[in-house]
Ligand binder design. Structure first.
Ligand code: UDP
Ligand code: MG
Length: 325
């Protein structure tokens, strides 16, 4: 760790958050003022907001250059926006990752920093309580159960994006080439000494959730398929099982005939059931293959994760700039 005051950046993806931004700026400024032992930066990534978020970010950056406003050319989604934030904060000594909606209270950041100073390269903020209810809550719980079973790199069920990465972890994260990203999974994958800090997850300060349920399902699938080959292996097992049943069945009927029993004319139901069952297994198999193949196609295309439109305070560089990370 450096001797001069370490720089700590806070990377925050922002999408249609005009209602919470003023409070976010105020609380971050208060945090910066209360912890003068560090040099603070906030890297706010506007993920193609359709409200006044981008304007508010630029205004804040003009008022206080510790706030950086990075604007993407359109909505690329939370994971891409977060990656943009991490890419632009890479020269900081540590980067805090959090949501804009103040569900992750900035007041927890000093505890994250303390854990980092205590030697952890990766610090996860772990929810003591969760405020979501209903379908979202059930979805989160189901995902964590499935992911925990499948993934070769399990994640803590009570952790999300909120946390801190030391510089080595950030640099490692930034070198990961994949397009389909699932932050908590990748954070588990990169390793390094890890610590947990407990906190109470808050209600959204204002506005409504910006991640659609569909997006969350997509990230959940990314989480499973990018971190496990088990679905493919399960297909192999299913294939072996069905083939074995077929073989055993065939053998049984041959013996049946050889022993002189009559071949029954019945069995229509059995036939239909078997045909539908096998057809179903095969289609599921093709679907699972498709999940992997589609992801491979996206990786092979090598498109950048996001496209930058504007940066403030601006470093003079041609625009639009293709992200290289
Ligand atoms: N977000 C984003 N791009 C999107 C959707 C959301 O950058 O396409 C941001 C959003 O502004 C917030 C964070 O991602 O800072 C988490 O979103 P949200 O609170 O809607 O999700 P949830 O709390 O349900 O996970
Ligand atoms: Mg939220």
């Amino acid at each position: 760790m450096p001797d001069s005051p370490p720089t700590i950046a806070v990377a925050i993806p922002v999408f249609n958050e005009e209602a919470v931004l003023p409070e976010l700026f105020a609380r971050l400024s208060a945090l910066f003022a209360a912890n003068p032992d560090y040099r603070w930066r906030a890297v706010l990534v506007d993920d193609g907001s359709r409200d006044r978020s981008a304007e508010l970010l630029r205004a804040q950056s003009a008022r206080d250059p510790r706030f950086e406003a990075i604007e993407l050319s359109r909505n690329f989604g939370f994971q891409a926006a977060l990656s943009a934030g991490l890419a632009h904060a890479s020269e900081a000594d540590a980067v805090v990752t959090m949501d804009a909606d103040l569900q992750d209270p900035p007041e927890v950041i000093p505890a994250l920093v303390a854990a980092w100073r205590g030697g952890a390269e990766v610090v996860r903020a772990s929810r003591r309580s969760r405020r979501e209810t209903g379908l979202r809550r059930m979805g989160f719980d189901l995902f964590h159960r499935v992911f925990g079973r499948l993934s070769d790199y399990p994640i803590e069920p009570n952790t999300g994006t909120f946390g801190l990465l030391g510089r080595a972890a950030v640099e490692t994260y930034n070198t990961l080439p994949e397009r389909h990203r699932f932050f908590p999974g990748l954070r588990a994958w990169i390793g390094f000494p890890t610590a947990d800090v407990l906190y109470d997850r808050q209600e959204r300060a204002a506005g409504k959730p910006q991640q659609t349920f569909r997006r969350l399902v997509r990230y959940a699938l990314d989480g499973v398929f990018s971190f496990s080959h088990l679905p493919l292996r399960m297909l192999t097992y299913a294939g072996v099982f069905v083939a074995f049943m077929g073989f055993a069945g065939g053998l049984f009927f041959i013996l049946w005939r050889l022993l002189g029993f009559e071949n029954s004319q019945q069995g229509f139901t059995t036939l239909v059931t078997l045909v539908l069952f096998l057809g179903g297994v095969q289609l599921v198999g093709i679907g699972v293959l498709g999940e992997y193949l589609g992801r491979m196609y996206d990786e092979v295309k090598q498109r950048p994760l996001y496209v930058l439109k504007h940066r403030a305070p601006s470093a003079p560089r041609p625009s639009p700039t293709l992200a290289r990370d």
